[in-house]
Write a protein that binds this ligand. Sequence first.
Ligand code: NAP
Length: 429
Amino acid sequence: MSTLRLAVVGAGPAGAYTTAALLAQLGGDLEVDLLDRLPTPWGLVRSGVAPDHPQIRTVSRVFERTLDHPAVRFLGGVEAGPLLTHDDLREHYDAVVYATGAPSDRQPDIPGVELPGSITAGRLARWYNAHPAAADERLDLDVDQAVVVGNGNVALDCARILVRDPVQLQSTDIADPALSALAGSRIRHVVVLGRRAPAHAAFTHAELQELGRLPGVDVTIDAPSLDGTGPSLDTLRALANRPGSPHNRRLTLRFQVAPVAVRGDARVDALDIVHTELRDGQFHPTDRTERLDCGLVVHAVGFRGRPIPGLPFDDRLGRIPHTAGRVAPGTYVAGWAKRGPAGVVGSNKRCAVETVAAVLEDLRTGNLRAHGHDREVTLAFLRDRNPYLTTREGWRRIDAAEVAAGVSTGRPRVRFPTLSGLLAAAGRY
Ligand code: NAP
């Protein structure tokens, strides 16, 4: 019997856990190509997780062990899309697992959202994490007040990074341009807006508690009511009763207010909001509105998957339709592309196991078979389609160079801010 050859498209946590689950559950005669459009693997662990959360990034050590497996190849600079279609991949692999995440940033459908100074949380995260797509980003932080729209953990990440004393970011792997911009930031007050009541907030308790521990930052709570039970409400009540200092920066968590319009001429100078009330189990806008002065609005209202040419796509849910990870025999999906943008890094582990169970089932029933593809022929084909193809060795060179650059300043790594810098470090040029 010949070797079963699979492509896992997307080397984020979902792709890494899927590769590990394939190795663990299929064992034996198996080869996996882990493809990513960037020369760097680990997706949101590298370019989404906030730099002041280094412990979350440590999961990449587990992923590195998967990459060390001789049956696994990492191939960077390879993007599934119009130039590398689903049919192309099916021609060269026995099965393809899409772990392409939810790469489109959502933003509220309100007037003024396109004004300079109105940005998505994804854009802010790519900037502070030195994602190559943010290489030309120049954020104007010469403003007193910023507003973050949304009440999930991404909103809290954005708020923390904007309000924190930048001195505390100096020992992290934050992008250098972001560190310099934050060091010169004039922002003294960050307001986070939740359209529902505190009990309905999407953020988790640990992330809320962390806000109360930020040195030099006072937290203010503004909600119609803090009644109710649960750890987050206990913490909100405790935060609401803490004395502040006029010298501190300020973070305000406002509840039951929704954005209505971003205001400004050449750039943002205010956000109009409307108060909401609970009626028939839902939060509805009232006729009470307000204008919040601010020079920066960050929309942290979630993400969407992106269609893959040749695959079905559920436009309403923003993800690839599937049954327990199977799109069709030979085509599978894992992670946010499968479940939508929810859950922590570790949630992808169980999700990957389910998808790999579908692969196993198709093998068992004969719906999936090895066709004896040649690994080197596939590589030559991918190189032909993707002129900037990089390998595991390239990534290891980038990693070593970034880590070495951080040593003298006590930082975990100093990131290359551009794609050409990454490719040069990978030995591609
Ligand atoms: P999320 O948890 O789904 O939160 C999205 C927020 O946006 C919700 O508060 C939602 O309010 C709000 N929203 C949506 N549309 C809105 C609109 N038009 N106007 C105002 N508000 C709107 O998504 P996320 O924060 O992007 O996080 C994605 C996933 O990553 C989550 O599972 C999160 O826990 C995880 N994550 C974890 C960490 C961590 O562990 N530290 C860090 C970052 C992200 P409603 O609830 O009212 O819809």
